[in-house]
Design a protein around this ligand. Structure first.
Ligand code: FES
Length: 302
């Protein structure tokens, strides 16, 4: 195991962090409870989590500022040379500060759903702390620049950039190693051919049933005689939709409340952003059969 992996493992095991994480997540959940707020912070209208693209702006702005600061520092060694980099660097520092706020709000929203998983929850706290440190240092850097102290401003900026790199690394770990907030159905294999899954007598009106179509778990629901079928695994973080409840033609995930329309799988309420894969259904010789409705997502089995 490399040193970096050892450090990350240490963070994942640090129970001490739960003392901050648990109450903070509760606060975030309460603040993001209204459906519109939750959808906006999650990226539900985009069909894609909002946090990753929003982080690109402060990272890009502060990277540009760091490059300009290196050039500015090199220029300052030649007192007769005029330095044009300082005003631009200041502008990019300010842009990064402004863009960090929506990035932080969406990140907190995403992180607050990791409460059932201690390792990502703890890594997320340190990720947020590193990014908050970066924001504080860049704010101090901006103030120093405005007060005519460019060298101090650069030093604070470089320190902020170091904190930003730590935060970015841990953010990547959450997404690519812990798979936080990635579409849980992206690799689901769905049958293209009609596949019998249940005797129709076993699905009374209003019932939710979990069945297998090949190796894939499918949720069945009968409403006014019509049979609806969706992937049974919540696209958000893999919650069991068959343990949820049905309301107004939607199924609500028991884990974080994502709400999917039963007829077409689209997301009515986040935090989910990817729709649930949908199946066509029919009844043949008393058996309910399903086959994948082409959703353009994930592989389907021919
Ligand atoms: S797993 Fe999070 S809402 Fe379903």
């Amino acid at each position: 195991m490399t040193l970096v992996q050892t450090v990350v493992k240490g963070v994942e095991r640090a129970r001490l962090l739960d003392a901050v994480a648990v109450p903070l997540a509760g606060l975030v959940h309460r603040a993001a409870r209204p459906r519109r707020v939750r959808n906006l912070l999650s990226g539900t209208p985009l069909g894609h989590p909002a946090h990753p693209p929003l982080t690109d702006v402060p990272i890009g702005a502060w990277t540009t500022a760091a490059i300009l600061d290196v050039l500015g520092a090199a220029n300052s060694m030649f007192p007769l040379r005029k330095d044009h980099t300082a005003p631009l660097a200041e502008l990019f520092v300010l842009l990064g500060i402004a863009a960090a706020l929506p990035a932080a709000a969406t990140g907190l929203n995403d992180w607050s759903d990791t409460q059932g998983e201690p390792a990502p929850r703890r890594v997320g706290v340190v990720h947020a702390a590193a990014n908050t440190t970066a924001l504080g240092l860049y704010t101090a850097s901006f103030v120093a620049r405005r007060r005519g102290k460019p060298a101090q401003g650069r030093l604070l900026g470089f320190a902020g950039y170091g904190a930003l790199l730590v935060g970015s690394f841990l953010g990547g770990h959450l997404a690519f190693t812990d798979a936080v907030n990635v579409n849980q159905n992206a690799f689901e294999e769905r049958p293209l051919d009609w596949t019998p899954v249940l005797d129709q007598a076993e699905l009374p009106e209003g019932a939710l049933r979990r069945v297998l179509a090949g190796a894939t778990a499918v949720l069945l629901h009968r409403h006014e005689g019509a049979v609806h079928a969706l992937s049974a695994t919540c696209s958000h973080m893999g919650g069991p939709l068959t343990a949820g409840r049905v309301e107004d033609g939607c199924v609500i995930c028991p884990w974080h409340g994502s709400t999917f329309e039963l007829t077409d799988g689209h997301v009515v309420r986040g935090p989910a952003t990817a729709p649930q894969p949908v199946y066509e259904t029919r009844v043949r010789e008393g058996r309910i059969e399903v086959r994948a409705r082409d959703s353009g997502r994930g592989p389907a089995l021919g």
